[in-house]
Write a protein that binds this ligand. Structure first.
Ligand SMILES: [Fe+2]
Ligand SMILES: [Fe+2]
Length: 196
């Protein structure tokens, strides 16, 4: 599928604001892909499609999760919006025939993160959080870090900011996010010890 065909498909599913966000995420993901030696095509497809299930209602997300055998835990049951990432990966596979497991994984974990994140996973996570339409306090710092050449440091700061936001809103934190952060931090600490 070409980029234009994917965008055409997205326009029928997402409102204009989400389409704009998806395209901007794709553009930033490709810029980051060049910095961090990630395949540009994979960054393009993952960036465009990461929110393809975001137009679904909570009921539809729960139904889709059931249909695609996506595990439902307490947090996903009470905050079904979280499911747009794993459901989006399944929709990209089922409706667009995307079979590349790296692209599908990047879409699946773009909101929570996971342990063992690939460079593509990290680039998508950062691009989603820091694309130019994002305006939350602190985004400039995240954007600067994303382009700094230190992928894991940028990721850790972004995760910290997102986790703090979840805590401030008194929402439940998904264990995948905690595991993802610990995993990135563990890698950073190991790297620092290695160079000592
Ligand atoms: Fe998302
Ligand atoms: Fe997004």
């Amino acid at each position: 599928m070409t980029k234009a065909e994917i965008i055409h498909w997205l326009r029928a599913r997402l409102d204009p604001k989400l389409c704009r966000h998806s395209i901007a995420t794709q553009e930033m993901a490709v810029e980051l892909a060049d910095i961090y030696s990630v395949n540009r095509h994979k960054a393009t497809v993952a960036g465009l499609l990461h929110d393809c299930a975001k137009g679904l209602s909570h009921e539809e997300l729960l139904l889709s999760a059931n249909q695609y055998n996506i595990p439902l835990d307490e947090i996903r049951m009470t905050q079904p919006g979280l499911l747009h990432a794993p459901v989006g990966a399944k929709i990209a596979q089922a409706e667009l025939g995307i079979t590349d497991s790296e692209i599908l994984h990047a879409i699946e974990v773009h909101n929570t993160g996971s342990t063992g994140m690939s460079r593509l996973d990290k680039v998508l996570y950062l691009a989603d959080a820091a694309e130019p339409n994002r305006t939350y306090p602190g985004v400039e710092q995240i954007r600067e870090l994303a382009f700094s050449g230190n992928l894991d440091n940028a990721l850790l700061e972004t995760m910290d900011m997102k986790i703090c936001h979840v805590i401030e809103r008194k929402r439940m934190l998904h264990p995948l996010s905690v595991d993802a952060r610990n995993d990135i931090l563990r890698g950073i600490i190991k790297g620092e010890c290695y160079w000592d």
